[in-house]
Design a protein around this ligand. Structure first.
Ligand code: BGC
Length: 749
């Protein structure tokens, strides 16, 4: 590692800890660099032989690769040899949504800092938190010799049962796009590459390798694609990972419309498209359809981008110019992110784990959502005897499973292999070593805090009765490759909470779940905290929220339903049609080849009315709406003004009207008068205020949220006229509204 990079890395870590400072985002400079990067890439490719080009468009999956490289194969997701004579770097890819991943501890003893779930980070509504997390992960990855990170998951949550919701950023395209963009920029501030993934509409895990996601174009542009578009603009990722599923008839990784027309033509994207692992089905169709690189080749039925692609080029099915373009794009991403000029050291570098843990803790604290707090049960103060029940709170906090799994600093106090299911080949139920019980005891030295494991309901209820207050920790494990079977808490935990709440009126529930769960006991429990999967400092973060050292400020990035019937789909589509073995194979790339699997359609009938927009359209009242979250203080909005014309701008005062310092997230929702479409989140900002403090905030609406997509144009169209504007605490709040007139306008796709 050169000194220059060492300095840059220290800088990145400091920034990550200090948090609030944004990394520079000078678009003019970045665009100039892209031009330069592509020109440089073309000059390098001009010097390559045919074999050298082919070697760069397919990559190894180290756990299955067999002696094809002179370089060390580090167990991880991917490996592509470089071309030393041309300075093209060796690429080592790692999953990195929540930290440098190490699934099923394939690298024995190699730990990394684990952030909370991405959904938890989304709940902060704070791109700086997301950027700090990305910067931290990128710095650890570089120190571990990884230089392309499979991060930036931005699929919108269309279904609460999606097993990967915890890896994504919720149901709103603006929030998800902003947060993903910041994460990617953070990763790439280390002069390495991040992806954005999974492009596109990989919205459920059941049948993910075969299903055909169907939706109309305008709806897709206004929802999932908009999230990707914003993430790419903000984060400028070196690479885009195409998804497993089909989209409107064609596999995403050979989908000419998606890759060539939308991504490369309409959005002007100049980096490279890499496939998901096991997502390639052809050579000529994929290459001509816009795929630039086959990843994890051992997981596909053939190494399509080696011999078959050579043959297709020789026979003229794929133009040689297309192969050149594939490699130019690859190098453009590698050059533009700074990796080419700042190679990763071939020796492991020291990592400041103690400092990085603070980044994880801060993200967890900012993302925990206080859902209910009747009678101000929280924060805990002056309570003498507390019983903590269940959730393995004595040893740690739960994490989500699959390729994002981090082996965190401190190890895994609980690790349970799976006997069956699509995730069984690469996931285990894993806890991070951050005990809420221990953290609570340390934070409340004057209290007696006992633990019961919750296996025996009656014993838990007895312990609750004999205490002054009970805290039940309830968990729901979710993983890549499987959707959750239903939205109820598993293992009888609903009954446990009921029993405890009957015995002890002062009961708080802490939820560690992948996403929303049903809460049949809600009316009987005065306080509820949504802690998501809170990461390797989750225990400390939960204790700080419970005791009030940190004032809760998270807001739901996803609607919590009152009943499964409220959602567009009550259950994963296809699960009932597939045998359990087929279901397993249709979601696990390692097993897909074993069956002749049939494709089947999934119709996204809600179109762009995803999440809270669906609830408004259907006039349904959720359990907790998108954007919702309480605080130990109160916030008021005053003096709302809005101006229209070419741009919709809203100004208002946010006042901390309570007695504690805290953070609020004012949200601006917009809809055209008379359009009949639900209101959409057009701007938001996290604001931190001392008690009594007031701040004037001015927000500008994202124009593509105000607009509709017009396929006839083609492009975005703002219809001239009156627009309703709500300044709100959540997606259902209409306490403060106004209206403005906007000029008609159009924008490029
Ligand atoms: C996942 C990707 C991941 C890849 C490599 C796939 O199964 O869908 O998110 O990056 O594996 O591990």
């Amino acid at each position: 590692m050169t000194n220059r990079i060492a300095v840059a890395l220290v800088g990145a870590s400091l920034l990550a800890v200090a948090g609030a400072q944004a990394l520079p985002a000078d678009r003019t400079v970045a665009v100039a660099r892209t031009d330069d990067a592509r020109t440089r890439a073309q000059a390098i490719v001009a010097k390559m032989s045919f074999d050298e080009k082919i070697a760069l468009v397919h990559g190894l999956f180290p756990p299955r690769a067999t002696g094809k490289t002179a370089n060390e194969l580090i167990p991880s997701a991917g490996h592509i040899d470089g071309i030393p004579r041309l300075g093209v770097p060796l690429i080592r890819e790692s999953d990195a949504s929540l930290g440098v991943a190490n699934q099923v501890e394939q690298r024995k003893g190699d730990v990394a800092t684990a952030l909370p779930s991405s959904l938890a980070t989304a709940a902060s509504f704070d791109p700086d938190i997301s950027r700090a997390g990305g910067a931290m992960i990128g710095s650890e990855a570089r120190a571990k010799r990884f230089n392309v990170l499979l991060a930036g998951g931005v699929n919108l949550t269309r279904d609460p049962f999606n097993g990967r919701n915890f890896e994504y950023l919720g149901e709103d395209p603006l929030l998800a796009g902003e947060m993903a963009g910041a994460h990617i920029a953070g990763v790439q501030s280390n002069r390495i590459v991040s992806t954005v993934k999974h492009f596109a509409l990989n919205a459920q895990e059941t049948g993910r390798m075969v299903l055909d996601a169907r939706i109309d174009e305008a709806a897709l542009r206004e929802s999932d694609l908009l999230a990707f578009q914003i993430a790419i603009e903000r984060g400028r990722p070196g690479s885009v990972m195409c998804a497993y599923n089909k989209l409107n008839g064609d596999y995403a990784c050979e989908n000419d419309w998606l890759l060539n027309k939308v991504l490369k033509r309409d959005w002007g994207y100049r980096g490279w498209v890499m496939s998901d692992w096991g997502a390639v089905h052809s050579s000529a169709k994929a290459a001509n359809g816009g795929l630039d690189q086959q990843s994890g080749q051992e997981l596909d039925s053939a190494i399509f981008f080696d011999a078959p692609l050579r043959a297709d080029i020789e026979s003229g099915k794929v133009p040689m110019a297309r192969l050149d373009d594939m490699v130019v794009r690859y190098l453009t991403g590698v050059i533009e992110t700074g990796l080419f000029d700042n190679p990763v050291s071939d020796k492991l570098q020291p990592i400041p784990y103690a400092r990085n843990a603070l980044v994880a803790q801060r993200a967890a604290e900012a993302g925990i959502v206080l859902l209910k707090n009747d009678g101000n049960l929280l924060p805990l103060s002056g309570v003498k005897r507390i019983v903590v029940i269940g959730g393995r709170a004595d040893v740690g906090v739960l994490s989500g499973g699959g390729s994002s799994q981090v082996r965190s600093v401190g190890g895994a106090p609980v690790e349970i292999p799976l006997a069956s299911g699509a995730a069984s080949s690469f996931a285990r139920i894993t806890y991070h070593a951050s005990s809420p019980l221990k953290a609570l005891r340390a934070a409340m030295p004057g209290a007696v805090i006992i633990f019961v494991d919750g296996q025996d309901k009656a014993a838990a209820a007895d312990a609750a009765r004999n205490a002054d207050l009970a805290i039940v920790f309830a968990t729901q494990w979710a993983t890549e490759a499987q959707d959750v079977p239903d939205l109820s808490l598993p293992y009888g935990q609903d009954a446990l909470i009921d029993a405890v709440a009957s015995a002890q009126p002062k009961t708080a529930v802490v939820l560690e779940t992948g996403g929303p769960v049903l809460m049949p006991w809600l009316a009987r429990v005065p306080a509820v905290i949504q802690a998501w999967y809170p990461g390797q400092r989750g225990g400390e973060a939960i204790a700080n929220i419970l005791t009030g050292k940190v004032n809760p400020s998270g807001r739901l990035p996803i609607t919590f339903m009152a009943s499964p019937g409220q959602a567009p789909r009550a259950a994963p589509v296809g699960l009932d049609k597939l045998t359990s073995l087929e279901a397993q194979a249709a979601a696990d790339p390692a097993q897909a080849g074993k069956f002749q699997l049939k494709t089947y359609p999934v119709d996204y009938v809600e179109g762009s009315d995803v999440g809270y927009r669906w609830y408004e359209k259907k006039r349904q009242t959720p359990l907790f709406p998108f954007g919702y979250g309480l605080s130990y203080t109160t916030f008021a909005y005053r003096n709302l003004t809005a101006s229209g014309g070419k741009t919709l701008t809203v100004s208002f005062d946010v006042v901390n009207s309570g007695k504690r310092a805290g953070s609020d997230v004012p949200q601006v929702y917009v809809a055209r008068d008379g359009s009949g479409t639900p209101m959409r989140l057009a701007a938001f900002q996290r604001v931190t205020l001392k008690p009594g403090e007031s701040r004037r905030v001015t927000l500008t609406a994202e124009p593509r949220i105000v607009a509709d997509y017009d396929t006839g144009l083609p492009g975005w169209r703002i219809k001239g006229g009156t627009y309703r504007v709500a300044l709100a605490h959540d997606a259902t709040d209409r306490g403060m509204t106004t209206s403005v007139k906007l000029d008609a306008a159009t924008m490029k796709p």
